[in-house]
Write a protein that binds this ligand. Sequence first.
Ligand code: CU
Length: 384
Amino acid sequence: MTVFLIIIVIALFAVTVWQMSKIFDLSRDTTHTDSSQIANEKDNKVNGYLMLMFVVFLYVISIYCFWHYSKFYLPEASSEHGSEVDNLMFISIALIMFVQVLTQGLLHWFAYKYRGEKGKKALFFADNDKLEFIWTIIPVIVLAGLIIYGLFTWSDIMNINEEDDPLVIEIYAYQFDWRARYSGEDNTLGKANVRFIQGVNQLGVDESDSYGNDDVIINELHLPVGRPVLFKFRSQDVLHSAFFPHFRAQMNVVPGMITQFGFTPTITSEDIRASEYMVEKVARINEIRKEKSKELMAAGEVPLDSYEFDYYLLCNKICGQGHYNMQMKIVVESEEDYNAWMKEQQTFGETMAAQKETKEDVPVELEEAPMETEEVAVVEKKNN
Ligand SMILES: [Cu+2]
């Protein structure tokens, strides 16, 4: 790759030198030199047609990409606010595409139509206030409209109505995984700080804060369908970004501060698996896997498992070597299934109690001895 880049740089540098030498040639007194470097009628014609062909190529490739890659679009949003994001995105792209197709076409058409021709002289056109007014005011109105529409949509999505009694969940990011901390029966997260991270207390939950006792820490996110959820994001190390593509949600996860985002899931994992879009997509992926498995088996290796769709929380900031694999499965299910699942989970208080019990079982010499010497050292220091 590096070699390839170096070759390109050298080639481009050579072209630059060549072009510059041509410019120097042209700028010299032309009465005695040959005029083969100056564009003639044929050159102008070729360039005019090339201009036209290029814009046609642009249009054709755009249409092909839309047609061929549209199967990779995300399915219908699985959250309440998702359609608002999709509308905003669609309107912005439709406007941009309309203006781009029109102006690009005009630009190339004019380059073709007014190409150099013997006897053709450019019209000197100084300015036109009316024209300038029109092409300033239209973009101003359109852009202002887009920005205002975007701002309203943004505040609509970001404003979390506390009266809806959202389920509070902390999303904790670290290199390179996620943890979810449910706030338990009190729906209030216990305080936490990196200084408390020790042993099984991976998230640094403050043991002295009673709100934390019923918190549930888990590496799979379960969400009851139709219930508003408020996510509080915390990072242990670097900047991460919590990305829920199917729910059209993304929020930066910043070390040293808590960010938040709320949404209401509307489609269960089971329902989306049964949707036409997902059935087709999964079949397509499994077809590829089947082909790949044949190759693997021929080479005496283990074949691939068949694929089943799951929602995932992904990291959308390149946060280090393992970034690509930083993901957490999300299960959207009915309220009953969710409650049944939650009942099986161990609370933070229970986990800590269990840890203390196992610690007490450990022979005294092994666990306590270093503590004692440390204490002795402190006492000696005090005595001095
Ligand atoms: Cu990350």
